[in-house]
Design a protein around this ligand. Sequence first.
Ligand code: TMP
Length: 210
Amino acid sequence: MHGKFITIEGTEGVGKTTNIEFIQAWLNSRKLDFVSTREPGGTPLAEQIRELLLTPRKEKVSNSAELLLMFAGRAQHLDHVILPAIQSGRWVLCDRFTDATYAYQGYGRGMDKALIAQLEQLVQADLRPNLTLILDIPVEIGLKRASQRSTPDRFEREQTEFFERVRQGYLSIATESPERCVVIDASQPLEDVQRDIAEALNDFLAREQS
Ligand code: TMP
């Protein structure tokens, strides 16, 4: 089997970190060789771009600069990490990918989705994730959890309404791409969240193997 590309998405405080560890354990239990990575980031240069994007600053970051930086990091990450892994038969587990750009820059910031689609085509050609798990939680709960972790980054300083748009964006993406996306109710107790994630992964693997 060729390497598969799995992405994890969701608004702030949905529990991506804990659940990524769970997915890593699932991949290990199936003896699947994988690379675990994240966006923005994933290579030294792309991690520097991440710093630029997340650092709160006085200077207003223009929407198009933010969008282009996201795709600049992604181009680097694809060339140096994601594509080589998939081409060599390894699986890739990525904490966020282009759905985050549609959700945050598109739905959140109000940028034109056709423009995002053009950049997606330029940077990724026809590469898309094979499976996307969208962890969904009411925004208020997620923001409360996120605020307990660390000082808020540039995105975490946004208003609740911004994250409401991002959340609805993710749900719209899931409706538009039901063959690829699975929405997981992340407001459930952790063991129920992980039962649902395991079910989505097992279904995906069964489909791929049939
Ligand atoms: P993280 O906190 O999940 O690591 O993600 C960093 C932030 O970057 C998060 O607030 C979402 C944001 N982001 C975008 O706005 N667009 C993107 O394309 C990606 C990958 C992340």
